[in-house]
Design a protein around this ligand. Sequence first.
Ligand code: NAI
Ligand code: HPV
Length: 395
Amino acid sequence: MYQIKTFNAISPVGLATFTAEYQINQKDAQPDAYLIRSVDLHEHDFPRSLKAIGRCGAGYNNIPLERASEQGIAVFNTPGGNANAVKELVLAMMILANRQVIAAANWTNQVQPGADITLEAAKSQFNGQELLGKRLAVIGLGHVGSLVANAAVNLGMEVIGYDPYLSADAAWQLSREIHRAPSLAAVVDQADFITVHVPKNEETTGMIDQELISQFKPTAVLLNFARHGIVDNQAVIDALNTKRLRWYSTDFSDALIHGHPRVTILPHLGGSTVEAEANCARMAAKAVMTYLTTGNLINSVNLPALQTPFASPERITLIHRNIPNMLGQISSLIAQHQINIENLANRAKADFAYTIVDVSDFANPDQQAALIQELAQIPAVSRVRLIHQPRGGNK
Ligand SMILES: NC(=O)C1=CN([C@@H]2O[C@H](COP(=O)(O)OP(=O)(O)OC[C@H]3O[C@@H](n4cnc5c(N)ncnc54)[C@H](O)[C@@H]3O)[C@@H](O)[C@H]2O)C=CC1
Ligand SMILES: O=C(O)C(=O)COP(=O)(O)O
């Protein structure tokens, strides 16, 4: 029986994906895996039993990846699982900003009941502009950015994108009508809307800063549904107050922007739809179950993708540092026990690597335990697991 512990509100549809071999939130259980959303795990101590974290969502800046790898924990996310939800909200926020929808609805609510709210004098203060023909800059053309860009093309907008790391798969998703900018300065130039869809990391923190905002059209609308801190909020407030920016719409609040009349803040709602929550929880549950029962890695963010069918009923998996002679040490320990390697797969991702070794049968359980212990003692190995091929197929 595997133990799963959840943090945050995880969709029941996703939790129902777990088979009978899994218990969820059992009291006092040693968790094999966490299923989480945005809970901040940076100060959290991982129990030794923890082998996997499934992030039901895209962004994983709430998880200490280096520490997870050092402690032998595979971290998974759910690429694209909530991208449509974010796309729809971003489109809504562009329309809200351009049609003064919130201000007009608030005004209507506070006039005397029965007053003629359709009078020209009253309604002309809420005159808007259309999206058709306007220029949208999309920074980051991954799962969310590409959907926003394509939908904007379909709405008749002129779309220009910037993504220096665009993958070939992501490029295939893009409408041919989307222009590609060579730099941040070029993408924001003359844009009526600028929307940012990059992960939060060292490079992207503060990427929308005072200098970049000074290159916007003063009538531009800026949208941040990616992460707090990617946009410099002080620079936004300064630009709004000096009429160098028309509107800021974001999913992330702080004291600097709170209550500003030309800022719309939502309580981190981008991925909060029934459909997106179900998609993400299902994807995370599947990745975690696959990893626990087969050792195969799908959608891991701290370890490489590595999937291989069982070549024999016994499989040893190892998470270790990506340094020379790891495979030499692993295979010679296995050979010392007169055990044959039926298949070996290894792949690295940055400072860590993952190895799957399918081995011939052990002589007895003692030999099994001794080998696993010896492998775990190799310096730079952070986790060794022995997995028996699941019944019912070669997964
Ligand atoms: N508000 C919300 O509820 C949600 C927020 N998000 C946020 O949006 C981010 C993006 O989500 P996805 O599109 O699903 O991720 P993704 O990984 O599919 O796409 C991110 C894209 O950003 C690009 N990129 C990375 N660094 C860049 C840089 N310096 N300049 C330009 N482009 C850069 C990458 O090449 C990639 O194409 C997530 O990391 C998360 O922080 C995602 C889903 C929901
Ligand atoms: O998927 C993401 O990156 C999100 O920001 C969604 O966060 P949430 O799961 O709604 O707390």
